[in-house]
Design a protein around this ligand. Structure first.
Ligand code: FES
Length: 81
């Protein structure tokens, strides 16, 4: 699975850096290093979302915040890999 995290300026202000660390930590804790590739992306055109724009594989752009991170990680990563 490929996870693209927006590092454009608007998402950067919403702490995309911190979200990347959460992804890295959760991927490691779940031993998914060989199954999930984490990568940065330029602006995905969804700057007005509440959270940071994240795309899982070729799916729609999701709005991920620290608050909804674990729910999304479970639904969109753990359940699918
Ligand atoms: S900066 Fe992230 S969607 Fe625009």
């Amino acid at each position: 699975m490929k996870i693209q995290i927006c590092i454009g300026s608007s998402c950067h202000l919403k702490d995309s850096r911190e979200l990347i660390e959460l992804f890295q930590k959760s991927i490691k804790e779940n031993n998914l290093e060989n199954q999930v590739a984490l990568m940065g992306s330029f602006c995905m055109g969804k700057c007005s979302n509440d959270g940071v724009s994240v795309r899982f594989d070729e799916g729609e752009v999701c709005s991920i915040t620290k608050e909804n991170f674990y729910k999304n990680f479970y639904e969109k990563v753990i359940k699918r890999v």
